[in-house]
Design a protein around this ligand. Structure first.
Ligand code: ZN
Length: 574
């Protein structure tokens, strides 16, 4: 490919609409173009990367026994009504009517459509297991589409659904997909973790998210330095630290002027934060609840929400607290707290003795407070956020924190959809059973964006070899110099003949512009053809990743480049 024949317009300026690095660089490097809010076109460079990611995904899905299908984007409302999701999906579902006023939606996911096929096509255990997948556009009417390809309204996803006879079969399918995902993200050259994900309200179901590690990732995760354990912070189970019990002292009220925050209080009373309690009041739907965690911990609102099974959970504001309880903000404590408020305590609370809490009175705290003796606990549960440095449950390692971007999720569905859609099969004895399902998604555009979040520098994108739009660029410094252009062309042809994915920057542009574009677009390898090439017969090869430069004889360049490319591809397969 020649750059002069390529549709690629790079931008020097950072587009105002873009907030995060991947979005900025995808626009600047000419990979995508916005059509409307949350809706993008992929330009040739961007589409090459998307194709490569999709090729890897397709390859591994097929290796794992997946069968590719092509499913429609337009789904009839009746199917979604059968599972009840037409009503519960809410505003995120793109709904439309045809000329006969019949309702349809644009598919955000395909459980309904595919289970409908399976219930009609599968009748016997002999036809199971089945792993069916597609790579296709999905639609979600996000309230606030943003971050480019990270949260769009139309996006490309691979989704596979597994259909098995029983839970045992589903577990095998799940493992197959899990292993395939590990291979896919490794082959994409990404540093990632699979983390235990929220199994939701339905107990006993398993789910994992695949997170690409990136400094600015939206999700906070913890992982063990010793074992395989990794989890989303919001979901990670925290184990209580058991502090030795002290002999109970007499409760006292003391004056603590201005000690409104935990830090000020600990400093004022000269007690460690582990000897205080954080008392948080929340409005859970319409009910006011109190959550207690140790003074040095933070409340995990997801856990509170799951425990209460509420739709909304917001910190109660000063006005509400004043109006409901007449207490001043900043001095709230559990002692003597109104009976109408449920008190939820983290598992660590009961291990505390002689602690400090707010006195529900301006500028006053209580000291030597003891749980149960001095205040009631209505519900005890794990309610705190886990923190970096804590011991892992395996006993060996410490938990480390990292940030990640979710690019894939595997989920055990069980019989949720086969029951609502009545997808059954006859077993060996002729009895009818519900098919047991799993679903497995990968966001393709998200994977491309996450790759950039993980692999970039001040100059631009740094593509992993396996998904780069081109593996190598040949840059003649002067397009006016015929000898340079001819040598560059010869090298380009030789690399192409070797089967390498190569592009030549044959434009009539200044060298500086070509170098800047090569860095911005992020080809893993650059070959610079200049005066030296003509005089000394050498070229400079620059490795984009670390900017390492090497001077080589022209006759050795093909072998050298091929070697690097093959080594990196092999490495990603290992
Ligand atoms: Zn561990």
């Amino acid at each position: 490919m020649k750059v002069s024949n390529m549709l690629v317009n790079t931008l020097r300026e950072v587009p105002a609409e873009a907030e995060i690095i991947s979005h900025k660089l995808l626009l600047r490097a000419g990979f995508i173009k916005k059509v409307a809010s949350g809706i993008y076109s992929y330009l040739p460079m961007g589409w090459r990367v998307m194709q490569k990611i999709m090729d890897i995904i397709r390859d591994e899905m097929n290796n794992a026994g997946g069968l590719e299908v092509g499913l429609p984007s337009i789904h009839p409302a009746e199917l979604w009504m059968e599972t009840g999701r037409w009503d519960v999906y809410g505003d995120e579902l793109f709904r439309l009517k045809d000329r006969h006023q019949r309702d349809f939606c644009l598919g955000p996911t395909h459980e309904e459509v595919l289970t409908d096929i399976v219930r009609k096509e599968v009748s016997s255990y002999k036809q199971l297991p089945l792993l069916l997948y597609q790579i296709q556009n999905k639609y979600r009417d996000e309230r606030r589409p943003r971050f480019g390809l990270m949260r769009g309204r139309e996006f490309i996803m691979k989704d596979l659904y597994s259909f098995d006879k029983d839970v045992e079969g589903m577990n095998i399918s799940y493992k197959k997909m899990y292993d395939a995902y590990v291979k896919i993200f490794s082959r994409c050259g990404l540093e990632f973790r699979s983390v235990e994900a929220d199994s939701g309200a339905i107990g006993g179901k398993t789910s994992h998210e695949f997170m690409v590690l990136a400094k600015n990732g939206e999700a906070e995760i913890v992982y063990c330095s010793d074992c395989e354990y990794a989890a989303n912070v919001e979901k990670a189970e925290a184990y209580p630290e058991v502090l030795p019990k002290e002999e109970y002292k007499e409760l006292q009220k003391i004056h603590t002027p201005g000690a409104k925050t935990m830090d000020k209080l600990a400093e004022y009373l000269e007690v460690p934060k582990t000897k205080t309690i954080k008392t948080m009041l929340y409005k859970a739907d319409e009910e006011l609840v109190c959550v207690l965690v140790r003074g040095d911990r933070s409340v995990n609102e997801i856990k509170v929400k799951n425990l209460l099974n509420c739709v909304s959970l917001d910190i109660a504001d000063e006005k509400l607290i004043k109006q409901e309880l007449g207490y001043p903000m900043g001095y709230i404590g559990p002692v003597g707290l109104s009976q109408k408020i449920k008190i939820l305590a983290d598992l660590e609370i009961k291990h505390l003795s002689n602690i400090v809490v707010g006195a529900n009175e301006h500028d006053y705290h209580l000291i030597n407070v003891n749980p149960v003796r001095d205040f009631r606990i209505d519900i005890e549960a794990d309610l705190r956020l886990i923190e970096e440095g804590e011991k892992c449950a395996c006993g060996g390692g410490d938990l480390k924190a990292a940030r990640g971007i979710e690019v894939g999720q595997v989920f055990q569905l069980g019989t949720k959809y086969s029951e609502s859609l009545n997808a059954i099969y006859a077993d060996e004895k002729g009895n009818n059973n519900h098919i047991v399902m799993g679903c497995y998604g990968i966001g393709v555009g998200r994977t491309m964006a996450a790759t950039i979040e993980q692999n970039h520098d001040d100059h631009g994108i740094i593509w992993p070899m396996t998904i780069a739009p081109f593996q190598v660029v040949v840059v003649p410094i002067s397009s006016k110099d015929n000898a340079q252009m001819q040598t560059a062309e010869n090298i380009y042809q030789a690399l192409k003949k070797q089967g390498l994915q190569v592009i030549i920057d044959d434009r009539d542009e200044r060298a500086g512009v070509k170098f800047k574009d090569a860095d911005l677009i992020g080809y893993p390898l650059q070959i610079i053809v200049g005066k030296k090439t003509i005089i000394e017969g050498t070229v400079d090869v620059i490795v984009r990743k670390n900017k390492e430069e090497k001077t080589l004889k022209v006759e050795n360049v093909v072998e050298f480049i091929d070697n690097i490319v093959q080594t990196e591809i092999k490495y990603s397969l290992a």
